[in-house]
Write a protein that binds this ligand. Structure first.
Ligand code: ARG
Length: 282
């Protein structure tokens, strides 16, 4: 069979990664800072922990290395490690949270990184929520704004890392972080690939994404609404919500291997697989 698509299922290559995670030992929903959170609905702590363990062992089974930062009492959202920093070979950028409830996490992550050879960590002036809003795709550094990360932080990150940042404006409060609207499927600079839900972005940002990634997979609202976009790819395997069935089919058509992991209890905080995972690039 021949095909004219530039993204014809090529042989996808898995890149072994080093991830930082934080066990949900203190996870609960005691405040509401995104539309997914309902402080009145009880969280099953044991279930959250079991689901997180399955995510961790799934990564390890796929050949990735997982580091764990100790969780801290009083910081129930610390499980969402993606918000802890942005770690690149050009340097590590720490975070400054939009909401005071999460402020204490910033130093915990920055210190862990510095103690593990990933410093110095830049302490930001402007609000930025790490890999929740800052995503590396090959040569591109995509940055979300509109709900959490400040537009001014995009310039700050650009200066600290010495690489250009492409700003994307998020417009739907359910998709408040860039990683709830866009999956980095392949960050190899030779063939970068993303999937995204266009409805999460304003018109100009949709245009930017079409120009940067003309062959990208554009997903439907049903996929985004189960936080399907919040997935972790190693270039071949895509760890995603089992509820995102259509997305899994679309990924399979493109040569990726979907790996469903149920994180329903962590979804109550407004996060999925990607939120729980910070990539350590050194
Ligand atoms: N409850 C957390 C918050 O609202 C969830 C963070 C999800 N993280 C992410 N990378 N999208 O900040």
């Amino acid at each position: 069979m021949t095909t004219t698509s530039a993204t014809a299922p090529t042989a996808r290559t898995a890149h072994p990664r080093r991830f930082l995670m934080c066990a949900p030992e203190h996870f609960t929903v005691s405040y509401e800072i995104n539309p997914w959170m309902d402080a009145a609905a009880p969280v099953d702590a044991a279930r959250a922990l079991a689901q997180w363990h399955l995510l961790r062992t799934t990564f390890e089974r796929l050949g990735h290395e997982v580091e764990v930062v100790p969780s801290a009492p009083g910081l129930p959202d610390m499980v969402y490690a993606a918000n802890g920093a942005l770690v690149t070979p050009q340097g590590s950028v720490g975070v400054r949270f939009a909401h005071p409830e999460r402020a204490g996490e910033a130093e915990a992550y920055a210190r862990w990184l510095e103690e593990h050879g990933l410093g110095p960590v830049h302490r930001p002036v402007h609000v930025n929520e790490g890999e929740g809003d800052l995503l590396v795709v090959g040569e591109h550094l995509l940055a979300g704004h509109g709900f959490r990360t400040d537009l001014a932080a995009h310039r700050e990150v650009e200066e600290v890392l010495g690489r250009p940042v492409t700003s994307l404006r998020l417009v739907d409060p359910r998709f408040y972080h860039l990683d709830t609207a866009l999956t980095v499927l392949d960050d190899d600079p030779r063939h970068p690939d993303v999937a995204y839900f266009p409805g999460a972005f304003d018109e100009a940002s949709q245009r930017t994404l079409r120009e940067l990634f003309p062959h990208a997979l554009r997903t439907d609202a049903a996929t985004a609404e189960v936080l399907g976009m919040n997935a972790v790819s190693d270039g071949k395997h895509v760890v995603l919500s089992p509820r995102a069935q259509r997305y899994a089919e679309q990924l399979t058509e493109r040569g990726y291997v979907p790996v469903p992991v149920d994180l329903s209890e962590l979804l109550r905080g407004g996060g999925g697989a990607k939120c729980c995972t910070l990539v350590l690039r050194d």
